[in-house]
Structures are given as structure tokens and as C-alpha cells.
Design a protein around this ligand. Sequence first.
Ligand code: GTP
Length: 606
Amino acid sequence: YPCDVIRNFSIIAHIDHGKSTLADRLLELTGTIEKKERGLNKQVLDKLKVERERGITVKAQTASMIHNYAGKDHLLNLIDTPGHVDFAWEVSRSLAACQGALLLVDASQGVQAQSLSVFHAAKDRGLTIIPVLNKIDLPAAQPDIVAAQMQSTFGINPDDMIRISAKSGIGIEAVLQAIIDRIPPPSGNVNDPLKAFLFDSLYDQYRGVVSLVNIQGGLLKKGDKIMSCHTRKKYEVVEVGIMYPEEVPTASLRPGQVGYVACNMKESSEAHIGDTLHRVGAPVDPMPGFKPAKAMVYAGIFPVDSSDFPKLEESIKRLTLTDRSVEIMRESSTALGQGLRLGFLGSLHMDVFRQRLEDEYNASIIITAPTVPYKVIYRDRTVLVSNPTDFPDVNDVASHVKEVQEPIVKASIIVPEEYLGDMMDLCFNHRAENVDHKYLDASEATSARIILTCTMPLSEIVTDFFDKLKSRSSGFASFDYEDAGYQASKLSKMVFLLNGKPVDALALIVHRTAEQEVGRAWVKKLHKVIPRQLFEVPIQAAIGKRIIARETLSAMRADVTAGLYGGHHERKLKHLNNQKESKRKMKRVGSVELPQEAFYDILSSN
Ligand code: GTP
């Protein structure tokens, strides 16, 4: 396939606007997958159980298809992008391998927060954008209104928009034609030195880490000795091929092509997204803008039964083979024993990982409250703190620390006008600044929509912000955010004391304005969950020597002996069945005895 018959494109959309469904239709219409096999195929493509349950794409899927148009076979490479805000970075990465993108908008929902961010990501990369209105089969679809909305928001001519139903298969042929007609072919010369852009990787049980690449120049084939610009590691190519839709070996990969390369990479961390591969001895300029994935949410993970630690560590290592963006460190806690501290791209990423761990490895785990990475600036150095235990005490902050900074984000919320007040309220309650809003719809549409933008500390959105946003807008608000650097902030470490002894695993970093509220809430929660002891136990929240909140757990009466433990959580049943044994394993915090489950309940009811 010479370059002029190749098209490299992505489908970009807000979550649930129909990306996977359209991808399925394109693969079917081009005969890449058979229609009758669809049910089956869908399962093959959506491999992860969590993906199916949550209906989100976690891992990008890439596939090539061949389409005969105007008497010529064309090779169309669909580079799939994950569809959630935590993965925005991966989206922008995948776009670097494309010349065009289908911007898919649900005709019943209209432009949403991520429609905007993916549009800008594609536009900034100079991609040809093909606007597609999906779900026109729905009775609630308003294609004309949404077309007007897209014109006013994106400056796209309504005549260029393709109206389709990915579900019932209307308009799919027109999409294929537009891909060939409107998207420019890739450039690249087979006589140039090899330059392969690594935009994704997958893990194969037999071949280890397999990289997905886009050939920018030269030829890549079996036996080639290649080298990574980023790690300087050398490899010998074992196999190359295309995703059709699963791996199909080919003799070589040519300029403009998208395919996979297996070269005995052992660790997923060797395949750096955004890296450039070249032939050993023939260096090339790396593709610009390489930056490694940055963990923004950290949490400690501990086994409920401490003797399970080796198994937990092994399970986590295996899971991270397929998810290279998770950062892992060892951690140990006096309360919870040995564990691991993991860094994630965002809180959804963390939830997905936790669920996979529970589903696929049947592991019962305790996850500490999520923390963002803070910058503690001393006179002579800056320390990045991703574990509250490492955060300096309030006295040290006063005497040694010049400034504490926290990561902030630029958030955008799209919402029908009538919810604006509620949304502003919600944002202000989460320390929003620079709040601004404007109408998204230029026309006098019956229910106009607003785009609200603000800056907010990342820590404010890692817990339940998204749930609150959804419930306070009756599900209508959509939300997106991007990294906006660091900002000075008044933060302190809050510790919880049982009978005067701190419980390290429960430490939190709290903003000055939230000290009272957070302290009280946690102390109440602890009071509910901790079993009574033979003596009275004060439960306190403290910042330095200052006690912020207190509850007292009264002593148990002599006639009450068993069945005291009464924490509630949905997952508890399953968990107790798995772990009957560990109920007897008690943890000591000073003189207080705690079943490990108490931690499970305290920390899983965040
Ligand atoms: P993520 O991968 O999570 O970003 O979602 P997605 O954009 O891939 O959406 P997906 O294809 O999973 O579709 C979301 C829902 O919309 C599914 O329930 C689809 O069946 C439905 N859907 C997709 N296209 C159409 C359409 O043309 N008409 C109707 N009525 N439903 C559709």
C-alpha cells in the first residue's frame, strides 16, 4: 500500500456518544469483522470486564481495514482513543499518529464537555476534522439544533456534517467516503531512515509487550535492529504486522502504515507512549513533545490479610503489565502492614484498577484515601509529597517551609441554563476560582446551555465531585478538566488519634477552610466503625497539637462479648466470605485492638 491509498484517523467523542458502535460498523462494512460475529467480536474487543460493566473504553483499540473506493483498495487505519477525562493525555497522544478525526456528537445530547476538549486537541494538531452527528434514529434526536450548536461552537459548516445512526447502520458508507475524500494521506518516504512513532502498547501473553507504531519514514521488518530514542535500549524485531482487527503478521510496515511490532520488550514501562524508534546506527530526530504519563492521584493499597502481601504484589505487577501508566512504590504502615503505593492518572483510572484487581485476582484490599501530589518548597529544595505521612507537621511547615503548593486544574462544565446556580454553588464549595460562564448555543434554543469554566484544586475533584455534579444537575452536566499547574495553598496534615496514638494510614492533607468539616466527619465515621474496647477510647482529629474534633467510644459492658463489629458496606459480604479467617486477625494501635476490616470499612466509605 503506497501512502496515497492510506488514511490514518481517529474517532473522537464525548463518552457514550457512540464511538465503539461506529467503529464496529466501520469494521463490518469493510468486511474486517463479520456481521454475525458481532456479539462475539464485541466481547473480543471490549476485553476488560470493567469496560463492559461501565461502558467505557479504558484501553485504546486500533484496527486496520481495507475499503474499495473509486476502483482502488484503500487501507484505513482506525486509531481508537480512550473516552474518559482521565485519559485525555492518551487521546492527544494517539492523535499524533493521525491526519484526520471523526468528531462524533450525539444528536440527542448535543455538544458536551469532552466534545470540546477532543475537538481542540485534534485542531491543535492540525488534523482534518469530519463532523458526524450520531443517533439520528432516536426520537429525542434534534440534528438541526445540534448542527447549529456545532456551527456556533466549532465554526463547522453544517453542510460538512454527516448524519448517521451507528446503531442501525444509517450513513456509514458516507463516513467511509468522507474519510477517503477529505483526510489527506500520510507522507513518508521508504528510502528515508526508519522512523517509527510509538503511540500505544498492548500486552501479549506469549510475546510480552507489543508496541503499536506509525511509520513516519523507512521500512520496518523482522530481524531489524532498532533502538528507542527515549530509553536508548536496543531490540531485535521478532514480528511486525497489522491489527486486522487482531494481530496479523506482514512482511514489513511501510511509511504511513499503522501496525504492531514485537521485539521482546519485557516490561510495559519500556514502551513509552510518544517515543520514536529508529534503526541502530541511524539515529533520527525524535517526534516532538514527548512527555511521560504523569500520576496525579495516589493511594496506598494493602491486603486485608497481611500474609497475602506477596500475592497482592504479584497481582498488581501482572495488572500493570497491561497498564503502563500506573506508578508503583512499596509502602509500609504500622497500622496496615506492608502494602504498595500506586499512582494513577485520575480517580476513574484508580477505580478501574481497583475493580480489575478485585475481579481478576479475587483480592480483598484496603485502599487509603486518594491524595494528589503536593509540592513542599523548602529554602533549598522542593519535595513532591504523594503520601500524607510524608507531609511535614504543622510546626515544621511554620519554621522550615517557604510554601506549600497543590496541583490545580482548569475545569469546564456544560449544563442546561436552569442548573447554572447549582453548579456555581458546587464549584464554590470546592474552592473554585476564576469562575466564568457563557452561552454555548448562539440561537434562542428553548433550553439554552451554558459552559462554565473555572480553576479548581485537583484534590477537590478526586473524590465525589463527579457524583455530586451528576446528581445536582439531574445527570445533565458534563465535565472535563485539564492540568493547570501548581498554586500556593494553605494545607496541613491532619492525623487521627485513638487513645492518643496516631493511626498513620488515616492521615490526610486538608485545606484550612475544610479542617472542621473533614475532622468531624472522619471522627464520626471512626466512631461508628471501631468496635468498643474494655476501656473508654477517645477518637480525635488533630493538626499538630490542635485537636479539631473528638468523639468518645464508651467502654464495652462486661456482658457484651461477641458480635460487636457492625460496620456496613455493600462489598462486605463478598469480602467476608472470602476472608473469614482474617476476622480474627487484630491490629494494634497503641492499646486499642482493631480488626483489619475496620480499616476496610473506614476507607471504603469515602
Ligand atoms: P466510550 O467508549 O465509553 O467512550 O463510549 P462510546 O462513545 O464508544 O459509546 P458506545 O459506542 O459504547 O455507545 C454508547 C451507547 O449508545 C450504547 O448503548 C450504544 O448502543 C448507543 N448508541 C450508539 N450509537 C447509537 C445510535 O446511532 N443510535 C442509538 N439509538 N443508540 C446508539
